[in-house]
Design a protein around this ligand. Structure first.
Ligand SMILES: [Zn+2]
Ligand SMILES: [Zn+2]
Length: 601
């Protein structure tokens, strides 16, 4: 057997080695007269004859030693270069292929079911395909959702055939679908949807130009790119740190799989942290679908929902959840892991009730994750000892100020001066932090639960993360707990002082129907701001939301203007955000006068 006279150059760089199947496709297209995959593999000595039924089992996963030797010889590759293109090269670091034997198609099926190893398909980066036409091996891994070279979300579904990209025939040991056709690198080689395509010999590949498929730019989402970089780094280094301890990359990826499945089982929109809108929407949709299915299956034995079993073949869902999982595992100690997991354990408790302990088994929680579940289910350290009146900064008895003097959001000035510096480096939003501080303040006055305290603040009915847990977790890491307690109790002492103190509940009640600025006031503001006449109800509504929030030291989202109709809430918030970006700065000064007028009255 003679080596090929022309071999495409190997791909390297930060996106890692090319996959074997992709290299074969490019090799074929590289020949003076391009040939089908089977012809090429028989010329390379991988199969004895040019017949598709002879294709090796587990195509692209592994090869027999003699197949490796003849392919490497035919392509003038060294054994390391060839090995790096086969999924076997990641065995023990990113995937667990134990039990996989390419002479036994059944073993390919069994391991494929057991692992989230991405046997029969691959995501792809259209820009990378445009650059090189090569598919990277790493794109097969479920943990790959972003291309770091192009800063984009990987594509996982072909828009034309609507199948997972890079699809191989799982039922035929991963054989390529059109092995007797000349491959066209960069174009979709899936079959067309049933009904569109002819069967048998007449069948044609989908042929979509995957290099042109639009995808999401993640360059403005460093949190997501950092997470992808962290995972790639762990796989490259073969070790990771979890809760301060070194673990193998395979153990780390096992934890990621557990967290991913647990989040798909129980998380709600917003739980895994900030992500770009299209990703947040995809995640919300998936939560909604899951909850619908769960509701329709209620009481039926043997639910179809087993998120641990099927790999999440949707890069948007991985992009939504993986950063949270990576950040959680990066906690420096067990306490951090426990506090990070606690909200999800609470969610799961709401779904599974007392069976929540079974989550350890169902989601294969191991090591620090198993400990975290145990700790999250153990009785809590009591608030009154950690932060409340029995804490070191406390007075030993409940504080005596009145809760109606506490605003929804702790005062901006106090927040900026005493609390914000303690939150540096956390990803807790300002509103969440300020509400949590107000809730904590209310809890200093008596034996109030968190929901009861939210009620005392006049915030019942608003879904908000008023939990102090993320905050306490962050303070635990940074050692800021004492300073936080001291600042909280200083506010309590001030509220116990002579005042005057505003009655925020009475003010909120007085503004109960304040859903729009009245026409006269709006006209005055508009003219003072030098804006053209505008009859839009939106401006009067949005200015009312801002004025309301400023008067009450609250968040515009909680205002009657934006929250009176729950069905429209999301749309109104969207419009409000635009108002804040584009119009508020011109109006801020005159609206400030409206606020002062209302505070006087
Ligand atoms: Zn790319
Ligand atoms: Zn396609």
């Amino acid at each position: 057997m003679r080596p090929f006279s022309s071999v495409p150059s190997l791909l390297g760089g930060p996106e890692g080695p090319e996959s074997f199947a992709s290299f074969v496709d490019r090799l074929s297209a590289h020949q003076l007269v391009p040939v089908p995959i089977t012809t090429l593999l028989s010329r390379a000595g991988v199969i004895a004859h040019d017949r598709h039924d002879l294709l090796p089992a587990g195509y692209g996963l592994d090869l027999m030693p003699e197949q490796r030797a003849s392919f490497a010889h035919a392509c003038r590759l060294d054994s390391g270069e060839l090995g790096a293109m086969l999924l076997r090269s990641l065995d023990g670091t990113a995937v667990n292929l134990s039990g996989l034997d390419v002479t036994d198609p059944n073993s390919v099926r069994v391991v494929g079911h057991r692992e989230w190893a991405g046997f029969a398909g691959s995501s792809c980066c259209p820009a990378c395909l445009a650059d090189t036409r090569g598919w990277r091996l790493r794109w097969k891994l479920w943990t790959s959702f972003a291309c770091l070279t192009h800063g984009t979300l990987l594509v996982d579904v072909c828009p034309r055939c609507e199948r997972r990209t890079g699809g191989y025939r799982a039922e035929r040991s991963n054989a390529p679908r059109f092995a007797t056709h000349v491959p066209r690198p960069g174009f979709c080689a899936n079959s067309l949807p049933v009904g569109v395509n002819l069967r048998g010999r007449g069948a044609r590949p989908c042929g979509e130009d995957l290099r042109q498929v639009p995808t999401l730019d993640l360059s403005g989402a460093p949190r997501l790119l950092d997470a992808q970089r962290a995972v790639n780094g762990v796989i490259a280094m073969r070790v990771a740190r979890v809760a301060g301890q070194a673990v193998s990359s395979l153990t780390y990826l096992g934890h990621l799989r557990s967290l991913m499945a647990l989040a798909l089982h129980a998380a709600q929109p917003g739980d895994p942290g900030e992500v770009p809108d299209p990703i947040a929407r995809a995640f919300s949709q998936s939560c909604e679908d899951r909850d619908d299915r769960r509701a329709s299956e209620a009481g039926v034995r043997g639910t179809a929902l087993h998120p641990y079993k099927g790999a999440p073949n949707d890069t948007r869902l991985v992009a939504a959840i993986l950063p949270w999982a990576v950040e959680l595992l990066a906690s420096p100690d067990q306490e951090g892991v426990t506090e990070g997991l606690r909200p999800l354990v609470e969610r799961s408790k709401g779904i599974r009730g007392s069976a929540v302990r079974g989550a350890a088994r169902d989601f294969h929680l191991r090591g620090p994750l198993e400990v975290a579940l145990d700790q999250a289910l153990a009785p809590r350290a009591l608030f009154h000892r950690t932060m409340g009146h029995m804490a070191p900064a406390g007075t030993g008895s409940y504080r005596t100020f009145e809760t109606r003097h506490v605003p929804h959001l702790i005062w901006q000035e106090d927040f900026e001066r005493d609390f914000r510096p303690l939150l540096e480096g956390s990803n807790i939003g300002d509103t969440a932090a300020r509400v949590a501080i107000s809730v904590a303040l209310v809890r200093l006055t008596g034996k109030h639960t968190v929901p009861a305290s939210i009620g005392l603040l006049g915030l019942e009915g608003h879904s908000l993360g008023a939990s102090l847990n993320p905050l306490v977790m962050h303070l635990g890491k940074t050692g800021g707990k004492d300073a936080f307690q001291a600042a909280l109790h200083a506010l309590a002492t001030r509220l116990e002082g002579p005042g005057p103190h505003r009655d925020y509940r009475a003010a909120q009640e007085a503004l109960r129907d304040f859903v729009a600025l009245d026409v006269e006031t709006w006209e005055r503001c508009r003219m003072a701001a030098g804006m053209k006449p505008n009859k839009s109800a939106g401006l009067r509504r949005n200015t009312a939301a801002w004025v309301w929030a400023t008067v009450l030291s609250s968040d515009p989202y909680f205002s009657p203007a934006l929250s009176a109709d729950p069905g429209k809430q999301e749309a109104l918030r969207e419009v409000y955000r635009r108002f804040e970006r584009e119009q508020l700065s011109r109006l801020r000064e005159v609206l400030g006068e409206v606020v002062r007028g209302m505070e006087m009255g």
